[in-house]
Design a protein around this ligand. Structure first.
Ligand SMILES: Nc1ncnc2c1ncn2[C@@H]1O[C@H](COP(=O)(O)OP(=O)(O)OP(=O)(O)O)[C@@H](O)[C@H]1O
Length: 233
């Protein structure tokens, strides 16, 4: 690891992922190199099926590459067992998905506090921190509501709060606005960018929306399994 890589919150080298289905083998990603600096906000775009979610899963340690390395907060994922990977994920990363993935039986406050409880915080401390974030995302009046009682935009705001509650180094977001109408998509995207600046958390966002992507620091395109940087159309 060189000095520049040491400073990165997340980086990967020569990443490849091949899926084998019977006799058929498809290399979805090949020779993917990416470095995410602290506080940086990067968008990944690409056609449907180009491998965006696959890449995000590899970067988040939710899947293993066929080849190559992923380093998160100075740790080589390949050297960690499943328990250590889980701990590193919970400590260093936050995740936001297209479908909020909030637990239906828990309130917004309980859902937001959960990653901190898993990390070993007391209920009082976890709820205090979760409440502060819910206030920041504009959900203070809705903290006691379950996901089914929130609007789509409110559910994604709660998901943003939950992703940030552990003070992660980097948030990985997979189509976080894909299920929202235009107005809500723009509001949630802006909220994520504002929090990225305020809290200094790096952000990697997979999106189909090139207008939203253009608001980030850097836009990368997945094409033929490779990650390329090129001007937006
Ligand atoms: N577990 C798997 N087994 C086999 N093939 C897979 C698996 N996961 C993904 N793929 C294939 O890999 C390719 C890339 O999928 P991926 O979901 O990463 O694309 P994407 O760019 O995120 O697509 P979209 O924009 O439609 O969400 C697809 O052809 C998909 O069918």
């Amino acid at each position: 690891m060189n000095n520049t890589e040491q400073e990165m919150v997340l980086w990967c080298r020569d990443l490849a992922r091949k899926f084998t289905d019977g006799y058929l083998s498809v290399e979805v990603l090949r020779e993917v190199n990416l470095s995410i600096a602290p506080r940086e906000c990067v968008a990944i775009i690409g056609a449907s099926g180009s491998g965006k979610s696959t890449l995000l899963h590899l970067l988040g340690g939710l899947d293993r590459p066929t080849q190559g390395q992923v380093w998160i907060a100075g740790q080589n994922l390949a050297r960690l067992n499943d328990t250590e990977r889980g701990r590193l994920r919970n400590r260093a990363l936050g995740f936001i998905y297209q479908l909020h993935h909030l637990l239906p039986e828990f309130t917004a406050l309980e859902n937001t506090a959960l990653p901190l409880l898993i990390a070993g915080a007391s209920t009082a401390n976890a709820q205090k921190k979760a409440m502060a974030l819910l206030q920041r995302v504009g959900l203070e009046a809705r903290f006691n509501h379950k996901p089914g009682e929130l609007s789509g935009g409110e559910r994604q705001r709660a998901a943003v709060a939950r992703a940030l509650v552990t003070d992660p180094r980097c948030v990985l977001a997979d189509e976080p606005t894909g299920n929202l109408d235009r107005k809500n998509a723009e509001q949630v995207f802006k909220l994520m960018l504002d929090l990225n600046h305020e809290l200094g958390t790096a952000l990697v966002i997979v999106t189909h929306d090139i207008h939203l992507a253009a608001q980030t620091d850097r836009v990368l395109t997945l094409m033929d399994g490779r990650l390329v940087q090129e001007p937006l159309p």
